[in-house]
Design a protein around this ligand. Structure first.
Ligand SMILES: [Ca+2]
Ligand SMILES: [Ca+2]
Length: 159
């Protein structure tokens, strides 16, 4: 009986934490796929994510996951910016995640710094011109609101 219980415990543990589908890797608490082939605008990137990976553009909600993604990028020598699954397309200034409609955090440390008229401010700073969320290499891989029509690689997340 004791052996059976430990077997069940092991199976639950494996099922819990190493359960990424093929094409995804465990990065922080999420199963992610970094798509490095062609670059896409944000809407196309969302389609690539669902059609090629069966996932959704990535949602990042913890500082530790943001750090894990940064370390992955550095470890593998990636040099691109990546679309994430956040936008304020529906209502300017109201940033939500595609994955579940929850709000994108405005808290530190997610958004990059930007040059404002009166000194440094935080992104998002593009107003109506920039409505899609980019993990921006030019901003040390912090969040930046970007023109949704720009072409970038993407990070897909297993649902
Ligand atoms: Ca905007
Ligand atoms: Ca911006």
């Amino acid at each position: 009986m004791k052996r059976l219980l430990s077997f069940i415990a092991a199976a639950v543990f494996v099922g819990c934490c190493q359960g990424c589908d093929q094409g995804y890797e465990q990065v922080g608490d999420a199963c992610l796929a970094f798509h490095l082939g062609s670059a896409y605008n944000w809407t196309e990137a969302d389609v690539v994510c669902s059609e090629q990976y069966g996932g959704v553009l990535a949602k990042v909600t913890s500082a530790s996951d943001l750090r894990a993604i940064y370390e992955y990028i550095i470890t593998y020598g990636l040099t691109d910016s990546f679309w994430l699954g956040g936008s304020d397309l529906l209502a300017e200034g109201d940033w939500v995640w595609l994955a579940d409609g929850s709000r994108v955090s405005k808290a530190t440390p997610f958004w990059a710094l930007a040059n404002g008229l009166f000194g440094y401010i935080h992104e998002p700073s593009g107003g109506q011109e920039e409505n899609c969320l980019l993990l921006d290499k030019k901003k040390k891989y912090f969040f930046n609101d970007e023109d949704c029509g720009a072409y970038h690689h993407l990070i897909c997340m297993q649902m």
